[in-house]
Design a protein around this ligand. Structure first.
Ligand SMILES: [Zn+2]
Length: 406
């Protein structure tokens, strides 16, 4: 099956060789898709037979977005938390009134597999509608062996039911469940001795993630969990230094994590150590914005140290309800000193690197998956600039070679 995309105005993709954005702007640009992958990029008329044509109407073609950090497996949203936050309530007061992460844990535990699946599916489809063609998704609102497995089984089934590709992460170390609040090391043992072996034997996750932060998982506890994950083939990654400099970025470098995420309070020394160890910095400006805070990461520092940067939504019911990657690009441009071109790289090629899929997705190159967006826009900067209109300016979303949703 050959599909031809014709009448393309421009193609924009990161170019590994020149380390710059490459813009194809010739007349009669065409992309030929064979089954699920990009077969040829033609800068002139083709004589190859095809089965189907997609008219790009002179628009811009980019790779689909890759969102490399999300928490989409929850049962109830937390709009009441938002109301209480606008009334000036503290995190503790919100928790006392039935909100906060505890409410997410309670509702995921009470939901059946089918209920959790049915609640999560429309959310997953919304990522695709906004132009995201691959996400990473974490468990982490169950926090018992049974409920973490249920969450990861939901991710597996969502992968079957949706056109979106979902890369699963086990995050039993998202927080301490209430029943272990006075015996935290016992919960760490449960993660290491029971949860990780079961998740691995069922092949339910590629990554193991930990909330390494003062008041949550300590450096020692985080290291123990990530090393247990490594023993079972789970790749380490961390939530690091979101509230204070707890040394999590340094642990990310020591343990050779694929990435460390958040990093608002990571020290310069540890950001440099991460860069020297090829740990990618995943910046999540949506969380700072959604919480009405001021601490954004200055990505110039990371670039100066030679570190690579990815951006992601951190979509979750409490601290960031944003799924739009164009909005995340916009926030990174405005508040994190990330250029338009590097923000585009950060949610395409570099996000693919975080997910260990940089040879399959994130670029428009022959042999790559045909995960493509066709926009009525004509410049890369118009994607973050017009974030409010993105759904109407997306003419077509192509996932694994097939037009989806639109
Ligand atoms: Zn997160």
């Amino acid at each position: 099956m050959i599909t031809k995309i014709e009448n393309i105005g421009k193609i924009a993709t990161w170019d590994i060789a020149s380390e710059k954005i490459k813009i194809y702007e010739k007349q009669r640009l065409e992309i030929l898709i064979k089954d699920t992958s990009i077969f040829k990029i033609l800068q002139g008329p083709s004589r190859i037979d095809y089965d189907k044509v997609i008219d790009a109407k002179g628009g811009l073609v980019t790779p689909g977005f890759i969102d490399c950090h999300t928490h989409p497996i929850f049962y109830d949203n937390r709009d009441l938390d938002f109301r209480l936050r606008t009334e000036g309530k503290t995190y503790e007061q919100i928790s006392d009134q039935g909100g906060g992460i505890k409410s997410s844990i309670d509702s995921v535990r009470s939901a059946s597999f089918e209920q959790l699946l049915n609640e999560s599916l429309p959310r997953i489809e919304l990522f695709l509608k906004k132009g995201t063609t691959t996400i990473e998704a974490k468990s982490g609102y169950g926090l018992t062996l049974e409920d973490e497995i249920k969450s990861l089984e939901v991710i597996k089934e969502l992968n079957n039911q949706s056109d979106l590709d979902i890369v699963p992460t086990f995050m039993g170390a998202h927080d301490f469940p209430p029943e272990y609040s006075s015996n935290k090391d016992a919960y760490v043992d449960l993660i290491c001795n029971d949860m990780i072996p079961e998740v691995a034997s069922r092949k339910l996750a590629l990554f193991c993630d930990v909330f390494c932060e003062e008041g949550y998982f300590s450096i020692n506890q985080s290291e123990k969990i990530l090393r247990a994950g490594l023993d079972y083939g789970l790749i380490p990654r961390l939530h690091a230094d979101e509230f204070v400099d707890s040394g999590a970025a340094s642990l990310a470098a020591d343990i050779k994590a694929v990435c460390a995420d958040h990093l608002m309070f990571a020290s310069d020394e540890n950001l440099k150590k991460m860069a020297d160890s090829n740990v990618i910095s995943v910046i999540l400006p949506g969380t700072t914005f959604f919480l009405g805070k001021k601490e954004y990461v200055d990505t110039n520092k990371i670039s100066d140290f030679g570190g690579e940067i990815a951006i992601a939504s951190d979509y979750n019911p409490g601290s960031c309800f944003i799924q739009s990657m164009p909005l995340i690009m916009f926030l990174s441009n405005l508040y994190c000193n990330l250029s338009i071109d590097l923000s585009f790289k950060a949610c395409t090629y570099n996000a693919a690197k975080v997910l260990k899929k940089e040879n399959e997705i994130g670029l428009i190159e022959e042999g790559y998956n045909a995960d493509l967006l066709i926009w009525s826009l004509d410049s890369l900067e118009s994607i973050p600039y017009a974030f409010n209109n993105n759904e109407s300016s997306l003419l077509s979303i192509i996932k694994n070679g097939k037009s989806v949703l639109l």
